[in-house]
Design a protein around this ligand. Structure first.
Ligand code: NDP
Length: 400
């Protein structure tokens, strides 16, 4: 028997839904690069249900308990007295989501003597101290591609809403106004803009494909260059580094993972090289941007807008500068957890667990760390090291 600790976000404030806005969600056959969707032997949930909150349990309880395992599900994840920290000590498997991350720091890993497998029910395993996991022989996995398109759609929405000044215009309506001049004094067309993508992986490439019909000029930077045929299809210009790219861009959308190479990439020095009045969209990870540098640049007018879905730590303390800085369009890490995405990452989590307990290999595209080193998708897109430092600050969300 194994103990599995699963950390999920809280249920809605009005309770777990009894019905949904939409009766059924579309069935997707495969991902854009041909990768198959998760293939568990069975699922015990209805796609379209809220699976990512505590009562949804990722649809895993029946499957795990009928196999004799113990499942603990909690949202209480921060601080030494949290349920997560207490239950971790004898857990074999930890399941966590990036939206409400159970930070598996090196200190927590040292206390979790039985821990063998960390599953990210989503994409992005930076909330796990990857170097510490490598040192302790812990396998780290994520459900690659499960919410890449969900996030790409969110990034395009954010870019349009920033450039068109959508959120303040909406607020004028709610306030009973008809203040057209106030709305449009910061409203522009996306058409013709130079838009730069940091990290043209699954999400970055999907964003480029979605932006192309807006007749923007696309730019990108990445550790590996896209095939020339794809560059040609998109009319995209490759830049060998982010410094060269930001100088020519009116808007930037960030899609690289957080790892030591990308931590605080957008700091005062890089922002200083951007055009005055540029926009940044960040659906990748909060820590890729220096939070105070972003707030300063919005206040000074160096940046025209910043829309982000990701923060550090999460949940962000009530006094986080991104909650109150001007011209922002922040969401509380929701891009990759639509009901559609939840069905895919719940099924992917089950597929990983089925493989783990049957001692069968886990798909290489789901692997981040295995046998003490970066593996599979992780070996391609991450660098060694930990990016969890400072995550203890998440406990301040409750206190404030
Ligand atoms: P991929 O691994 O497909 O793409 C990431 C890309 O970033 C890769 O092409 C990678 O390069 C590139 N990259 C890595 N390091 C650098 C660097 N230093 N400079 C420039 N590019 C770099 O991942 P996804 O597109 O699926 O996801 C990207 C990230 O988005 C995730 O890691 C996660 O943090 C975030 N995310 C956010 C979600 C949300 O809800 N807001 C949901 C899902 C993901 P290469 O592989 O060529 O080396």
């Amino acid at each position: 028997m194994s103990k599995i600790v699963c950390v999920l976000y809280d249920d809605p404030v009005d309770g777990y839904p009894k019905s949904y806005a939409v009766d059924s969600i579309p069935k997707i056959d495969h991902y854009p690069d041909g990768q198959t969707l998760p293939t568990p032997k069975a699922i015990d949930f209805k796609p379209g249900a809220l699976l990512g909150s505590v009562s949804g349990e990722l649809g895993l309880r029946k499957f795990l308990e009928s196999a004799g395992h113990q499942l603990v599900v909690t949202s209480d994840k921060d601080g030494p007295n949290s349920i997560f920290e207490k239950e971790l000590v004898d857990a074999e498997v930890v399941i966590s989501q990036p939206f409400w991350p159970a930070y598996l720091t090196a200190e927590r890993i040292a206390k979790a003597k039985k821990l063998k497998l960390a599953i990210t029910a989503g994409i992005g395993s930076d909330h796990v101290a990857l170097q510490a996991a490598m040192d302790k022989g812990i396998t780290v996995t994520e459900v690659t591609y499960c919410n890449s398109i969900s996030t790409a759609e969110h990034a395009v929405m954010m870019l349009l809403s920033q450039v068109r000044n959508y959120i303040p215009s909406y607020q004028w309506v709610v306030k009973g106004g008809w203040n057209i001049a106030d709305c449009v004094a910061r409203s522009y067309d996306l058409e013709g803009m130079n838009v730069g993508i940091v990290g043209a992986g699954r999400i970055g490439l999907a964003v480029m494909r979605r932006l192309k019909p807006f007749d923007v000029k696309l730019h990108y930077t990445d550790r590996h260059r896209l095939p020339l045929s794809v560059e040609k299809e998109l009319g995209a210009t490759f830049h060998p580094n982010v410094q060269a790219m930001v100088k020519v861009c009116d808007a930037i959308s960030i899609h690289a993972p957080l790892h030591p190479e990308t931590e605080h990439m957008f700091n005062d020095a890089l922002i200083a090289q951007m055009k005055r009045g540029a926009f940044i969209v960040n659906t990748a990870r909060g820590k890729i941007c220096d939070e105070n540098a972003i707030a300063r640049a919005l206040k000074s007018g160096k940046l025209a807008g910043y829309a982000g879905d990701v923060w550090f730590p999460q949940p962000a303390p009530k006094d986080h500068p991104w909650r109150t800085m001007p011209h922002h369009g922040m969401t509380p890490h929701t891009a990759g957890t639509t009901l559609n995405a939840q069905a895919r990452y719940a099924a992917g989590t089950r597929e990983i667990l089925e493989c783990w307990f049957a001692k069968k290999p886990i798909r290489s595209e789901y692997l981040i760390v295995e046998n003490g080193k970066l593996a599979g998708a992780g070996a391609h897109s991450y660098s060694a090291g930990n990016a969890t430092e400072g995550s203890g600050e998440a406990v301040r969300y409750k206190r404030a």
